[in-house]
Design a protein around this ligand. Structure first.
Ligand code: PRX
Length: 569
């Protein structure tokens, strides 16, 4: 097993083992102004505070897409987020209310998000690819009071079916008719730059990220302001952010990486943050690295694999020498990708493991520490991770089991919105948060990911619940039953494959396959679309009528199907 040794020791976590011994989260409190003033607000801490400390003219956000190229200083973001906060207050938003933001990456998205947090409201970012049903489910469950969106995305918001939604802030030039609509640009112009900050409690609500499990609807994972302790410290020691860094996290704020590390981590550290709008392309990404002289880059295995698969000449066209530290999250980081990183950038890619529910990194590879390609690394100081069996007993090295974490790290979710039962399911084994991942730990304390122990699918780093897709599939007029699995794929990690039995009177052909795919793409979202569909006369089911996905998976992989005693004849 080859271990990749660091080339430099330029990192802030001087000695991992020694720090792990002595670290206490209470030490981190001193980094925040509320430690002295007692006045808490994450948005204040991320933006305003730096202005008060003399960093007002430092670039905070470097934004570009095909049409725009803009720089915002910390002072500008302070003013704009005050305006956004005051605008929202004016619309009746109060502490604890939910404000959802449904739009592509743009400066207005970041400003609205900061403004929402500033006034103590709970922000819910929605990925721009969501279609009507996905949008409705989230706005309905969260009882969102205000939505910020663009004219393009408005048709996907079923206003008549959302009684709690009082106002829609439209970020665009035309304003549709109707008393619920207000213009972002008009309201912002009229809004005061006076501080909109509402002081909150560390345990007050910050953000709701919806995420999928293997059963039921998406869950609203609820995080609180206290998370900032971990956003800040992991960004310092794992992202290795320093004052003069230019940092780029490629994730969209619709997913937790895009908020915890696309917003909170870097700005809490006062670091210049790059946001590139638009879609992925190798040219575009390399150009972004070059253009901004990005020093620290946080992305995902799927993206690295797509860069690997692209014509190597493309990369040669750009000067990428500014990049000093690369990190990855979201799915297993293949050893060959780590090796590619060394070849292409002369840098080791540092894997990190965490989840929407954990709010921030828990198991990581650290700058200056040896890396074992294929391993997720070691627990962050102050985090106790273990491999346990179903009774909560810790397993010895190299034995596979449940990857679990001792409850109580600062950024742990505080509830599943309106669903206490789901929340409690995570903590069913005494004192442990059970992740749903299986892994083992080697003798040296490195953790190795083995898989999920439920049916959740990780496709291109995005987490998709099979149940949601199956439920949608059976709404299609031709579909009698559907079972959905993840099928291994060299670039995306997994793709979504649906097994379908048809209703009487329908015949399987390419046209129907295409129609069903488009149906999911239109109603749910592009990333939920099955890339493969296979028709079956009958689907394997338990006697109680549950589709047996593990049997579908075994068929797909040509593996033994295992115990079939619960299967219906
Ligand atoms: O299965 C693990 C996988 O992604 C899941 C969490 O997904 P999500 O909540 O969408 O958050 C992704 C970004 C924080 C985990 O349960 N996962 C995440 N990181 C890794 C990973 N699998 C393997 N290696 C990782 N580094």
């Amino acid at each position: 097993m080859k271990v990749l040794q660091p080339k430099t020791t330029s990192h802030q976590l001087e000695n991992y083992e020694a720090t792990k011994e002595n670290f206490d989260w209470n030490q981190v409190k001193e980094a925040f102004s509320w430690h002295k003033t007692g006045q808490v607000n994450l948005a204040y801490e991320a933006i305003d505070r730096h202005v008060n400390e003399g960093l007002g003219n430092k670039p905070a956000l470097l934004y570009s897409d095909a049409e725009r190229d803009e720089t915002y200083t910390f002072r500008q973001l302070k003013d704009l987020s005050n305006q956004a906060g005051n605008m929202l207050k004016d619309l009746g938003v109060e502490k604890g209310d939910r404000v959802f933001i449904f739009m592509p990456r743009s400066p207005e998205l970041y400003v609205s998000l900061l403004g929402t947090i500033k006034i103590g409201a709970v922000v819910g970012p929605l990925f721009e690819a969501f279609m009507k049903d996905a949008v409705k489910a989230r706005l309905e469950d969260s009882e969102s009071k205000v939505l910020v969106t663009t004219p393009d995305l408005l048709p996907r918001v079923p206003l008549d079916e959302l009684p709690h939604l009082e106002k829609v802030v439209v970020v665009g030039n035309e304003l549709p008719d109707g008393e619920k609509f207000v213009s972002y640009f008009d309201k912002m112009k009229a809004a005061s730059k006076e501080s909109a900050v509402e002081w909150v409690d560390l345990e007050d609500g910050l953000i709701l990220h919806y995420t999928s499990g293997s059963t039921g609807k998406p869950k609203g994972v609820y995080h609180v302001h206290n998370s900032m302790l971990q956003h800040y410290q992991t960004a310092k020691w794992v992202l290795d952010l320093k004052e003069d860094d230019t940092y780029w996290c490629t994730a969209d704020p619709g997913w937790v990486t895009g908020t915890s590390y696309g917003i909170f981590g870097p700005w809490l550290n006062g670091v210049t943050n790059v946001v590139r709008g638009g879609r992925f392309s190798p040219q575009d990404w390399y150009e972004t690295l070059e253009k901004y002289k990005v020093t620290v880059w946080y992305s995902a295995p799927t993206a690295f694999r797509m860069l690997m698969a692209a014509d190597p000449n493309i990369k040669e066209m750009y000067d990428l020498s500014s990049v000093r530290h690369i990190l990855s999250v979201g799915e297993p980081l293949n050893p060959e990708v780590v090796r590619w990183g060394v070849e292409a950038f002369d840098r080791r890619i540092h894997d990190t493991w965490w989840m929407t529910e954990t709010g921030a990194m828990l198991i990581c590879n650290y700058p200056g520490e040896p890396i074992k390609p294929g391993s997720m690394g070691k627990p962050f100081p102050g985090v106790e991770a273990a491999i346990i069996n179903d009774h909560g007993e810790e397993l010895p090295p190299n034995e596979m089991g449940n990857l679990a974490v001792k409850a109580g790290w600062p950024s742990m979710m505080r509830k599943v919105w309106k669903n206490e039962e789901k929340f409690n399911e995570y903590f069913a084994i005494d004192g442990w948060y059970v992740s749903g991942d299986t892994a083992y730990r080697d003798e040296e304390g490195y953790f190795w990911f083995q898989g999920r122990n439920d049916d959740v699918i990780n496709t291109a780093g995005e987490r998709v619940g099979p149940f949601e897709i199956e439920s949608k599939l059976v709404e299609h007029r031709a579909v009698a039953e559907a079972g959905v699995i993840g099928k291994p794929d060299p670039v995306r990690g997994h793709i979504i494959k649906a097994f379908i039995s048809l209703r009487d009177g329908y015949t399987q052909d390419d046209e129907l396959i295409d129609e069903i795919k488009q149906f999911i793409k239109k109603e749910l979202s592009a990333h939920a679309m099955p890339r493969e569909i296979e028709f079956k006369e009958k689907l394997p089911k338990t006697r109680s009528g549950k589709i047996m996905r593990r049997v579908l998976k075994a068929w797909e992989l040509g593996e033994p199907v295992g115990d079939l005693s619960t299967m219906d004849d």
